[in-house]
Design a protein around this ligand. Structure first.
Ligand code: CTP
Length: 398
């Protein structure tokens, strides 16, 4: 993954809520991404978690009060505000939401926020009734109108014993959100259609034909494009992946369903990236009932599916069209043949079936083939990093 967090100055504000313990994990993740993190805690937060934990993990003094008793950090908060690339307040209590919405400056955190000009992400976390209270919602509206980023809390069992909205999202989710805020927005205004995962071709009510695609590469492309500001529609076959933040997902099963979804979205797309591993054939007949075992052999008659990408290539107007070629041999010839036959701008050739590249792996080793006959070999790397290089090249297509 292109590390947009590395060497960034991130200020983590921690308030007094039961979820304060989760911000320790968030700090750990930020430090792992090589961010320079400075922590400001409210006095109430210190009753839930000890400042020493934050101090040890961040390697920096924690700021708790405006003046005096926590030494150096107390007077530096204005410098921190100047230097901060982003601020995350997690958890954000009803109290801090109210204070920041109304410009109150009676502790280190809300005074600091008044001086900050970089993006501020606030993660409300509290009891459901408190969260739904009109005063709290009114403050959230004000904060949003003032340009603060509010992450809507999750729903579930809360520490107070009731179930509903108010949970602090998982630290990984908050980190993803922050990455998205800090990423270059060079796809703003572009509509990107991505397909991902396998298709399933039904044999009978309990069986299907499919392939080993996990959806990891397609979801990485969708996530990277959304982070870079694109409006992303993801047409996905069955996978167990989470839909990336800000992406609209249309779930399909078969190649026919994928073709309908893709052709519907085509005219409204600037870029189409077909990462999905589409089944080339489907059973000619789908049995209404479970097929019972009988003889030693069973013959399934298969019928060719539509080649969605080829059809897109025939219909394409101004869209940039990108395909993936999953090959087990002769990558160059096979990929270039598909590039020409399907009228593509770029095809991403990748050898599948190795432990570090292809279906189900976290990394990929690909070669990009361009319509002008040139190619570019990309060394093995994380799938999201591959996705970002592909997006860079898409921006260069004339
Ligand atoms: N594709 C498609 N519709 C199909 C088959 C493939 O849209 N019915 C797309 C895939 O999404 C991918 C590209 O075509 O972007 C190449 O897919 P691949 O499976 O590598 O090749 P095929 O064209 O199916 O050819 P073959 O299976 O013979 O290698």
């Amino acid at each position: 993954m292109k590390n947009v967090i590395r060497d960034k100055n991130i200020v983590l504000g921690v308030c007094g809520g039961i979820a304060a313990y989760k911000s320790i994990e968030l700090l750990r993740l930020l430090v792992k991404q090589e961010a320079n993190v400075q922590v400001i805690m409210t006095r109430k937060a210190c009753e839930f978690v000890g400042p020493l934990t934050f101090e040890t993990l961040s390697g920096q003094p924690v700021c708790i009060s405006l003046f005096g008793d926590d030494g150096d950090a107390s007077i530096k908060h204005i410098d921190w505000a100047k230097e901060a690339d982003a601020v995350v307040i997690a958890p954000a209590t009803a109290n801090i939401l109210g204070k920041i919405a109304n410009g109150i400056a009676d502790d280190a955190l809300c005074t600091f926020i008044l001086a900050v000009t970089s993006p501020v992400i606030m993660c409300p976390s509290m009891n459901t009734h408190m969260y739904e209270n009109r005063a709290v919602q009114r403050n959230i509206d004000i904060l949003e109108a003032d340009g603060k980023h509010i992450i809507v809390p999750g729903e579930g069992e809360l520490a107070c014993g009731i179930s509903g909205a108010g949970r602090l999202p998982e630290p990984e989710f908050i980190l993803e959100y922050l990455i998205s805020i800090l990423s270059t927005k060079d796809f703003t205004g572009k509509k990107v259609l991505v397909t991902a995962g396998p298709t399933r071709e039904c044999i009978d009510p309990v069986r299907y034909i499919s392939n080993y695609s996990s959806g990891k590469m397609g979801y990485a492309v969708a996530r990277a494009a959304a982070k870079r500001g694109a409006e992303v529609t993801l047409v996905s076959g069955p996978t167990n992946r989470c839909v990336p933040q800000g992406v609209t997902c249309i779930n399909i099963e078969s190649a026919l369903e994928m073709s309908t979804a893709v052709f519907d979205a085509m005219d409204n797309s600037d870029v189409i990236i077909k990462v999905a591993a589409v089944a080339d054939y489907r059973p000619k007949k789908q049995a209404d009932q479970k097929i019972k075992k009988s003889g030693d052999e069973l013959v399934l008659h298969l019928q060719k599916n539509i080649d969605i990408l080829k059809e897109l290539g025939g219909r394409k107007k101004n869209q940039v069209l990108v395909g993936f070629a999953a090959e087990t041999q002769d990558l160059k010839n096979n990929a270039q043949k598909k590039l020409t036959e399907k009228n593509l701008d770029i095809i991403v050739g990748n050898i599948v079936g190795t432990p570090t590249s292809g279906f189900g792996t976290d990394t990929n080793k690909v070669t990009l083939f361009f319509k002008d006959g040139t190619s570019e070999s990309i060394p093995e790397m994380d799938k999201e990093e591959v996705a970002n290089i592909l997006l860079d090249r898409i921006l260069m297509v004339k």
